[in-house]
Design a protein around this ligand. Sequence first.
Ligand code: PLP
Length: 436
Amino acid sequence: MKYYSTNKNTPEVSLKEAVVKGLAADKGLFMPERIEKFESLFFDNIQNLSFQEIAFEVSKKFFGDDIHHEILKDIVYDTLQFDCPVVKVTDSIYSLELFHGPTMAFKDVGARFMARLLNYFLGEHDKQINVLVATSGDTGSAVANGFLGVDGIHVYVLYPKGKVSKIQESQFATLGKNITALEIEGTFDDCQRLVKSAFLDAELNEKLMLTSANSINVARFLPQAFYYFNAFARLKEQGILENNDLVVSVPSGNLGNITAGLFALEMGLPIKQFIVANNSNDIVFKYLETGKYQPRKSVETVANAMDVGEPSNFVRILDLYKNSHKTISKKLKGFRYSDTEIKAVVKKVYNETNYLCDPHGACGFEALSEYLSGTQIGLFLETAHPAKFTNTMEEIVGAENIKMPEKLSVFMKGDKISKLLNSEFNEFKKYLMKGV
Ligand SMILES: *Cc1c(COP(=O)(O)O)cnc(C)c1O
């Protein structure tokens, strides 16, 4: 399978090149040249397959031409060493829990897959590869843990100073080894800009082999399609979708997760409607309403992993639907929630159902509450474990109701090792040039 750039100003590349480069030479994002559909028979029987089996079938549609099936199967099975269960919250709303991986956020899936794929591709290189990743919280931890201890790969995590939670920071800034945490005096968008500039800097790229592990990397965002298929299978298995349409609501920031969902849709997965749920960073919500895409500086919210002012995967959605606002606004319905609303939803859902949503999942839940009609079934992505946002959650439901899982408390015990940098590209570049 070849990968083209959304800017279409550079030749198509192989999967390996797309994964290693991350970003296309013309600053576009890579897209697979085609999306292969499943036969409807696949969906008739999907409930008989396990998560890993389903993921392997999906992965073959993306990567099957480029990687030997046995190797691909190993990568998929090794990535998915944890479940992504579907849990009932109300009569019509279900939660797709994506927080059962090592760092307890959905990004574990893409990050673990990418680390394994990159490691496979790098078998042929001797030069060290440097992974640059900008994070608003959960990407850094998922990528750092996905790559920790992998030979020949060094990971630099850039994060905005004071804008990620303590627990998030501890998950990537205490690891040491081949992981370097860079605390940037700026916003997430500054971090993202630094990473993008590094990829476009000729001198840096001559000296160092650089790649990205942000959701712009095809090896990170495509595997996220796996759990949409599996969620459909698990709902079907329980007889829930017999006569009812499925609506899927995705708490969104950089739009990697929902773009993977749209790929699943275009591969034939029977989803009636996708919902994009924003916090106050409502750039996509506004685009859907007005047809105008106006990125702007991000603002801080209690759902901080969605504090993105210029969602990088938006260009993929434009590309997928040929820049048609008409098509995109049919495929996606938008909702947005202020901090006050998010907190009220967390509280309401907890009081009424005993289910604890995190602030991101709460946006997804509430959008379904507003949107669903008739016999529709709603599924929202519970994108991280609520305990990752201790302060906010304790404020909403009380400390006695937030239990810190063992997996998270282990990270909290480590010492922080990070390097403070300002948001000037030249300072970042100088630092990288010095080496580790
Ligand atoms: C990253 C993240 C999001 C946003 O996902 P995108 O793919 O960037 O849209 C939502 N919730 C949580 C908890 C996240 O970590």
